[in-house]
Design a protein around this ligand. Structure first.
Ligand code: F6P
Ligand code: MG
Length: 455
């Protein structure tokens, strides 16, 4: 980390991060129960694909399958018996950074005990498990490109078909009448689709340890009932950020700004993000949308480049007029460069985002070119706020500890014990009414922050 950034982060003293060593905490239970279940499912998936590997690669494929299962079974055993965290040895682009990060953790822990599965910050160890899965696959060619979570992601997309159809039908309905919409109506549609994208984040497969978790109900019809579960709603500020990014062009027409979406889950959530992005472009609220996804399979359901393209192709090929029309539109946005997909190794590192300017300056500089950044989901929220045990009343801006490449908004359903930016008494009331409010995915926040930019 650069000296400057360490200084910026140290200007914002923080509480400790959520730690796995706290017995029976959500972090501890995740590592004790959820992660081994996910690993078992991964092993099972690889085993079930044995014939496929044989068909594609012959005996070499079968040997690779056996070796990978051996690696992953060892990994599972390391986790269950609280073994020391091992350095990575796969020589990938980010391997050195991971190993340096381990040294950093060791320094923080002191030299007496080695950093181990149950003696680590939760954010670090959870990310590390997914990175070790990638190592196991990568070190075993010819199956090195196999996405162990692909089946679950595909299944979750198909299980949400009715919800996807109803959303695409809704989108095409107002796309046809866009010119007749008043500014107020446009704003109302924006709020609706922002909320659809927000609630789309309920459908992740990490919280359910890989079990089915798709959207069944019509997303637009559910919004009213869900409204009271939004604990902080800064969507008016998001709207203002979009409208104030519009600048007069040379031809006298206004040119809208660039919106970046830091994606979370594939399946239904990704469709909600694409629908929102479609609306932003067709309503003249964004001239360009950049999507940021993961470069390796991550937290079961997170979007990779393959998932992004596959989802657009599936939508396009659907046997439903409005769904297919949406897919055609999305593909042409991609072809024309109005939409683009980007990945960067930083998104699959365990770093807090206040480290980004120092540890991934190129990514930080890219994000600075956006007029608005939407961060989807729970894991992004944990990284934005450093996964700290903040008091609930600490302002969101403060929890970001200097991170602010551009105006940003977190759209997140609560699935981890962390929440900032609440009103006095709000957290206490929730604790009484519903003790699992921070982890059940029932509640959500739309939290906005704007950096004080030098003119
Ligand atoms: O497994 C724990 C966790 O990090 C939770 O915080 C959350 O349940 C999930 O993984 C990821 O959620 P999301 O897909 O919203 O980032
Ligand atoms: Mg996710």
């Amino acid at each position: 980390m650069s000296v400057l950034l360490s200084f910026v982060c140290s200007l914002h003293p923080t509480n400790s991060s959520q730690d796995v060593s706290v017995i029976l905490s959500f972090a501890y239970l995740t590592v004790r129960d959820r992660l081994p279940t996910i690993l078992t499912r991964v092993i099972d998936t690889i085993h079930r694909n044995k014939n496929k590997f044989f068909e594609e690669f012959g005996e070499e494929g079968v040997q690779a399958e056996k070796r990978t299962i051996g690696f992953l079974s060892k990994l599972r055993n390391e986790l269950l018996t609280d073994k020391p965290v091992l350095v990575l040895c796969d020589g990938l682009e980010d391997t050195d950074s991971w190993n340096q990060y381990l040294q950093r953790q060791q320094r923080l822990l002191g030299e007496r005990d080695p950093v181990s599965w149950f003696k680590s910050p939760w954010l670090y160890i959870e990310c590390y498990m997914y990175r070790r899965i990638q190592e196991a696959i990568w070190l075993n060619p010819p199956i090195s490109d196999f996405d162990v979570f692909n089946e679950s992601k595909t299944q979750s997309f198909f299980e949400s078909q009715q919800a996807v159809i109803s959303l695409c039908t809704y989108l095409q309905g107002f796309n046809r009448n866009m010119d007749d919409l008043s500014e107020t109506q446009l704003m109302e549609q924006f709020h609706k689709l922002l909320q659809v994208s927000l609630w789309g984040n309920r459908c992740d497969l990490s919280i359910s340890a890989g079990m089915e978790n798709s959207q069944k109900a019509s997303p637009i019809d559910s919004l009213c009932d869900l409204k009271s579960f939004i604990l902080v709603d800064d969507s008016n500020m998001v709207w203002s950020a979009l409208t104030s990014a519009q600048r007069p062009g040379e031809d006298g027409k206004t040119t809208p700004g660039r919106v970046d979406i830091v994606l979370d889950n594939a399946g239904f959530e990704l469709v909600t993000d694409l629908v929102l992005a479609n609306f932003l472009v067709s309503a003249g609220l964004a001239r360009e949308v950049r999507f940021h996804g993961k470069s390796i399979p991550w937290f079961v359901s997170d979007v990779t480049s393959h998932d992004f393209q596959w989802t657009i192709r599936q939508t396009l090929a659907a046997n439903h007029k409005w769904m297919s029309k949406s897919g055609v539109q999305w593909q042409s946005y991609v072809r024309e460069g109005v939409w683009s997909y980007h990945d960067h190794p930083f998104w699959t590192m365990p770093h807090e985002y206040c480290d980004m300017a120092g540890d991934a300056p190129d990514l930080y500089a890219t994000l600075q070119g956006a007029d608005l950044i939407l961060f989807k989901g729970d894991l992004n929220y944990r990284k934005l706020t450093g996964d700290r045990e903040w008091d609930h009343m600490v302002p969101f801006d403060r929890a970001l500890r200097g991170f602010g490449p551009a105006p940003l908004c977190s759209l997140r359903t609560l699935k981890a014990n962390i929440q900032v930016g609440l009103q006095p008494g709000q957290g206490e009331n929730l604790n009484t009414q519903d003790p699992s409010w921070m982890t059940s995915g029932k509640y959500a926040v739309v939290q906005f922050s704007s950096p004080h930019r030098e003119q």
